[in-house]
Ligand binder design. Structure first.
Ligand code: PMP
Ligand code: GLN
Length: 390
């Protein structure tokens, strides 16, 4: 971005949701499930608010409720064999969004460079701009969207202060392999850069694709922080309970910034999230299966319209190439879709640099993102509308 002001305009999610509501369209833009998340976790939150069970409704510790930090550490141990000291290596944040913001404000030095794969989750670009650093990108390319390790090595310089990762990746659905993660961490170490790894889709991989958390990779102990949250893992995107994990010294830096962003937030949601992390009661597997079925249905539905969808290995989204059916960019096509077909979707260009958006030949400008974390009936209606209009 040329100016931080450019980075803080209303997000594409807000704009798409508003356009979809205005046109009374089906919103396959913003990624949030139609469902409500586990009833027993919602009951736990309600109980924490209204009864004497659990925490009070006054300020919880800024670093997070001890039960939540213990549960995050226990979850990482149980799922990945990662051992963390909950007193110093786990920080509660108000959603992954605050963990991302606080990490970038902690480690992206003004005038330094931050390298991310493109497209990225939109808050990365905004926060790098607000930190006064410069974003450099390495494109992910269809059909596999694998991280280009040689490209990353070439993009990293002595001015690089951070590398931003996101696996499983929004919006491509790529899941980085252990080898890829290992190489990325090695590149960061060599450059003296801090890695921030956004792992919010950790429990949403399909076909048994393994998620590799950054902290399981050799060399990451003193180089990387990981960010995750309750939203995607438990279909509770409104709860905004997130956490940052890593070495005591890196986490302590992030804690310093986080205290001036929100200081803390709702104890009831932290309390209930701790219960989910301690024992998901089969929710992760159930949710994966449901989403995988939805992915398969939307893949065939989109293929039938003539669009060219790319099969994601994880997450909430399918990218489709619109150039198979139109000469328009995905942004132009999305504006027509919401208006005429009654379906909202997000152009990937909104998740790229302004300079990328200016390149007529850049393949990223022809990709449209459809969220499939919706009820089957909603997806069927959307696909039928798309089939009729395209
Ligand atoms: N990172 C990625 C890659 C996301 O897709 C999202 C949106 N869910 C977030 C971070 C934000 O997560 P949260 O809602 O926990 O702030
Ligand atoms: N993570 C969601 C998405 O990618 C959106 C979250 C938001 O609206 N900021 O659709």
């Amino acid at each position: 971005y040329d100016h931080a002001a450019e980075a803080v305009l209303p997000t594409v999610y807000e704009r798409t949701t508003a356009a979809a509501m205005k046109a009374e369209a089906i919103n396959l833009g913003q990624g949030f499930p139609d469902g409500e998340g586990p009833q027993w976790m919602r009951a736990a939150a309600a109980e924490a608010i209204t009864s004497d069970a659990g925490p009070t409704n006054q300020y919880p510790p800024g670093i997070g409720l001890p039960v939540l930090r213990d549960a995050v550490a226990a979850h990482q141990e149980a799922h990945y064999g990662i051992t963390l000291d909950p007193a110093h290596q786990v920080l509660f944040t108000t959603g992954a969004t605050e963990g991302i913001a606080a990490s970038i404000l902690s480690f992206a030095e003004p005038s330094s460079e931050v390298v991310a794969f493109e497209p990225w989750y939109d808050s990365y670009g905004a926060m790098v701009a607000l930190a006064g650093a410069e974003l450099r990108t390495v494109p992910l390319e269809a059909p596999e969207f694998r991280p280009d390790i040689a490209g990353l090595r070439a993009a990293v310089t002595e001015r690089t202060s951070m590398i931003l990762l996101n696996s499983p990746h929004n919006p491509t659905g790529a899941v980085f392999t252990a080898e890829e993660m290992t190489e990325i961490v090695a590149i960061a170490r060599q450059a003296g850069a801090v890695v921030m790894s956004d792992e919010v889709y950790e429990h949403l991989t399909f076909d048994a694709a393994p998620h590799t958390p950054v902290l399981s990779v050799p060399g990451a102990e003193d180089t990387a922080v990981a960010v995750s949250s309750v939203g995607k893992s438990f279909s509770l995107t409104g709860w905004k309970v997130g956490w940052v994990t890593g070495s005591a010294s890196l986490v302590n830096r992030v804690r310093g910034v986080k205290q001036f962003l929100s200081f803390t937030s709702a104890p009831a949601y932290q309390w209930a999230t701790a219960q989910g992390l301690e024992d998901d009661r089969g929710f992760f597997a159930e949710n994966q299966q449901q989403l995988q079925g939805a992915r398969d249905m939307v893949m065939s539905g989109l293929t039938a319209t003539g669009l060219r969808p790319f099969r994601p290995a994880a997450g909430y989204f399918i990218l489709a190439d619109v150039s198979a059916v139109t000469d328009k960019t995905a942004a132009e096509f999305a504006a027509e879709l919401v208006e005429h077909a009654g379906v909202g979707a997000i152009p990937v260009s909104a998740l790229t640099l302004p300079s990328t958006q200016q390149e007529p030949d850049n393949a990223l400008n022809y990709l449209l993102r459809f969220a499939f974390c919706k009820d089957d009936e909603v997806l069927e209606r959307a696909l039928s509308r798309l089939g009729k209009w395209i």
